[in-house]
Design a protein around this ligand. Structure first.
Ligand code: NAD
Length: 506
């Protein structure tokens, strides 16, 4: 590990202390106070209770179940999961334990959507299903809460926006930090000039991600296909794949680790990173897809069946503003005290936003100026908008979710169109490119990060992505490389699972 300077040490300690205070005391107390205040407004009248179905209940979906069963004005009446084991254990039993009532159970969302009595569909499936599930639900007349990233590729997100607008449905994105009072207040502070002009935001997703297990391809010539990883018996694999091609399973852990395979996931940029990408874009006050993107990185430190980068730097060009996003999946020290967060660099100081609730502001010398640390309830915000029928009540309307998800996808398109080059060549290209000084500085820190993990940067080869120009309003690539990049704004859909085109969503 490189030794931090005294200044970095102080900044790290200050932020760590601020973060500890938030987690330990104020934030949770404040969040509880918020939820209590919200609970007071909940109607207990059965006729006003919203009837909710949760789709996908293994990991995140259990939070959805907990939030909707925890309210007096919502009722979880149905669970849908293609894995019968989790539908029963995390769905049926959890709802029954919480409420004394058994929900209906489905494997196929299309059957669930035939139930006209359901008002809300809350989606926590893998990413490749988000857009199709959300659009089908909207077309069936439901309001939707859809997890982040809202899409698996750029055009899917826009299609959900079009569906929601055309059918006049409420659609909330699962970026819950948008409902944290501390985050909202800190954004307001930044936007009103609290740290001066902000031209640079650094998104950070520093989260250790170990190997997900070997590729069986190495052994297949010896033992044939017997070594394919098994699909759990309780899973309907045809439905699990849905819009994605049906292929042999190449990961040891069937659930969750799809995040690291392109057919279903979007790497950590589209997993944890989308939360911070969203905050970075919000803080910079940019509401299109920018003018250009460049992304480089690799799956460094181990060889496994994952395909996405575990080390990735993406640069989004917004003319006079820049958004630099760093993913680090190997163990690392933080940047200005944050591992998962966003640092906004202003002309009169900087702000460090934590992972979900608020953050802290520092002056140019690194002295703590102010903390923002109150939580909030994103599901309560969704319910409020469902009742008011006003999308302006939503803290994370689907269009915000689409734009931020799309930034992750654009960076991945650049990355995937890249070529493998030695780290020295990355350095040369960054130095001679149009990218500003911060891009070279970021790469210097990436090299130090490799050294800290006992990896010689001179021996590393990285995928240097295509530098792509974007028409940020039209949401397409233009110019050199666009012939290859534009087809990657969508995908080939499996028959029966096509995400409808915008023109068909009226
Ligand atoms: N907002 C947050 O903080 C947060 C946190 C974690 C995960 N997430 C998001 O939630 C989603 C789910 O993540 P996870 O960790 O729970 O994944 P997971 O793989 O552990 O669980 C997904 C579940 O969905 C089920 N499923 C798959 N296809 C389905 C379909 N067509 N219909 C019904 N069920 C289906 C699977 O069987 C599984 O039970 C992801 O998109 C992830 O990005 C959000």
């Amino acid at each position: 590990m490189t030794k931090p300077t005294r200044r970095e040490f102080l900044e790290n300690s200050l932020f760590a202390a601020a973060a500890a205070a938030m987690v330990g005391g104020n934030a949770s107390r404040a969040a509880r106070a918020d939820e209590a205040a919200e609970a007071d407004k909940q109607s207990t009248s059965p006729s006003e209770r919203l009837r909710v179905a949760v789709v996908g209940v293994r990991g995140r979906g259990t939070e959805h179940v907990g939030k909707f069963t925890g309210r007096k004005d919502t009722e979880v009446v149905a669970i849908c999961d293609v894995d019968g084991y989790f539908a029963y254990k995390n769905g049926l039993l959890a709802v029954e334990n919480a409420t004394g009532k058994r929900p209906a159970i489905y494997q196929d969302i299309r059957k669930l959507l035939e139930d006209k009595s359901i008002d809300v569909i809350s989606i926590a499936t893998p990413n490749h299903w988000h857009a199709l599930a959300a659009i089908w639900a909207i077309q069936a007349g439901k309001d939707v809460y859809v997890e982040k990233p809202v899409s698996h590729n750029v055009s899917e997100g826009r299609r959900i926006v079009d569906a929601a607008r055309n059918h006049k449905k409420i659609c909330q994105t699962g970026t819950q930090s948008r409902s944290s009072v501390g985050t909202r207040e800190l954004m307001q502070f930044i936007h009103s000039g609290g740290i001066g002009d902000v031209k640079l935001a650094r998104g950070l997703c520093y989260k250790s991600r170990p190997s997900i297990g070997p590729k069986l391809d190495y052994f297949r010539p010896l033992v044939g296909s017997r070594l394919d990883y098994a699909v759990p018996e309780s899973v309907n694999y045809d439905l699990w794949c849905g819009p994605a091609p049906v292929k042999p399973v190449t990961r040891r852990q069937f659930h969750y680790d799809w995040h690291w395979q392109w057919d279903y996931g979007n790497g950590d940029l589209g997993n944890q990173g989308i939360h911070q990408m969203d905050l970075a874009r919000w803080g910079l006050q940019v509401s299109d897809l920018g003018q250009g993107v460049l992304s480089y990185g690799g799956r460094v430190g181990y060889e496994d069946s994952g395909e996405t980068a575990n080390t990735q730097v993406s640069i989004h060009d917004y003319g006079d503003k820049t958004l630099v996003f760093e993913v680090r999946g190997l163990p690392t020290e933080g940047y200005k005290g944050a591992h998962v967060g966003v640092v906004f660099h202003g002309s009169q100081g900087y702000a460090v936003m934590g992972s979900y609730e608020g953050g802290a502001v520092f002056d140019g010398d690194g002295n703590l100026v102010k903390k923002f640390d109150q939580g909030g309830d994103h599901f309560a915000n969704f319910v409020k908008a469902v009742r008011s029928r006003d999308i302006n009540d939503l803290h994370a309307d689907i269009e915000q979710g689409h734009l931020s998800s799309a930034l992750c996808h654009l960076a991945n398109v650049s990355y995937r169109l890249g070529e493998m080059v030695p780290a020295g060549e990355v350095q040369k290209r960054l130095e001679s490119g149009t990218c500003k000084d911060e891009c070279v500085e970021t790469f210097d820190r990436v090299k130090q990060h490799f050294v800290a993990n006992k990896i010689n940067p001179d021996s590393v080869r990285l995928q240097f992505g295509a530098a792509l120009t974007i028409d940020g309003k039209a949401e397409t690539f233009t110019g050199a490389g666009s012939d290859k990049a534009n087809p990657m704004l969508t995908r080939e859909y499996r028959k029966g699972f096509e995400v409808p085109a915008s023109k068909d969503l009226v």
